[in-house]
Design a protein around this ligand. Sequence first.
Ligand code: CAA
Length: 391
Amino acid sequence: MQVGIESISFYTSQYYIDLKTLARQNGEDPNKYYIGIGQERMSVPPPDEDVVTLAANATSQALEGIDVNTLDTLLFATESGIDQSKAAGIYVHELVQLPRNMRVFELKQACYSGAGGLALALPYLLHHPDSRVLIVASDIARYGLGSIGEPTQGAGAVAFVLSTNPKIMTIDMESGLYTNDVMDFWRPNYTDEALVDGKYSIKMYSAALRESWQQYVNITGRSFTDLHRFVYHLPFTKMGDKAHQFLVRYAGADLSEAEWKKQIDDAAIYQRYIGNTYAGSVFLALASLLDNSAEDLTHKRVGLFSYGSGSVGEFFTGIIQPDYQKHLKVDLHKSIVTNRQELDYDTYKEFYSFKSNLPSDGSKAMTPRYETGRYRFAGLDEHKRLYEVVQ
Ligand code: CAA
């Protein structure tokens, strides 16, 4: 029996800042961001958008055409959760009206936990072949105004349904794993902004890639040439270039620049305009590859690498299924990325700072209304978050 992805969709905020605006503000050459880190735009959530509303929109899109009564599990993967106790997925469960007979809980390990959820769901589905598992990875990446991580922020959610009817991609059971206790990126409970040792984090990413790749090769007996395309966790698109060049060298593959770029470029298109989506990033990259590849990928094996600072890496693979194109949401995804409003620097700063103005004493505060999808974060009352469906 095969297990894998039956449906996949993503959502991001309806506002962005162009990185040349940020470069001007930070006194940097725009090409440092456009070329040096490979990012052109960055999604910015308005005050009435959070990881729940992003996730609810991605979820309702991913569930189109799926019988929700067959879902028995919702795993919510995030670095930027909204409560230390209650899973953000429970709000999503209510907003999109999922069945009561389900388990819902939250997963955390920086940008890795979505891939971890997927790995655990695969054998579960083999034992429950009539069930479906929904994974939603949703994050708002925040490093702080003027910080070195600022141009690598972003926001978005990816939702995907796993089942024994994997119309888009089967996932191979074997993967390569790596865990190492390092402090390259972390966020203590008392801060909303990630702390990062940028250059070190790039080294740790590469070390995790090398080690998890090596274990994948040892376990499966497959080699670099068995994989047709590569999909990386993309904190910024240049990281994918660095990672793949590293892997090409490590695996001893003899490829021209044009050849190795072809293996990764389609997967980086959405990320260039959305920015880092942490737990969702590797799945946003997968959606980008599926939606943007001019080549028919049917029967091709694709390699995926998930990295969560701190750190955990996993290298896994899957095979693209016949007629997968019929099950993609290409037009919707492209319109989500294209139809957004550009912010000037002051409005970006106002949106960014809104979170710290929310009361923490239980008093009531309603959020101003901006453009959102179907769901919005309406405010806080008695320490409770309020959500509403936009009519
Ligand atoms: N034109 C073209 N390129 C230029 C340029 C210009 N005018 N000016 C600079 N550059 C190039 C630099 O040469 C450099 O390229 P290389 O990396 O290939 O050498 C690139 O632009 C970036 O320049 P710097 O290294 O000087 O940039 P920085 O010190 O400002 O830091 C960063 C960049 C480390 C990515 C920083 O933005 C950061 O810390 N980001 C957050 C951490 C992160 O994303 N880490 C990734 C691995 S960890 C992970 O993946 C988990 C996660 O999601 C967080």
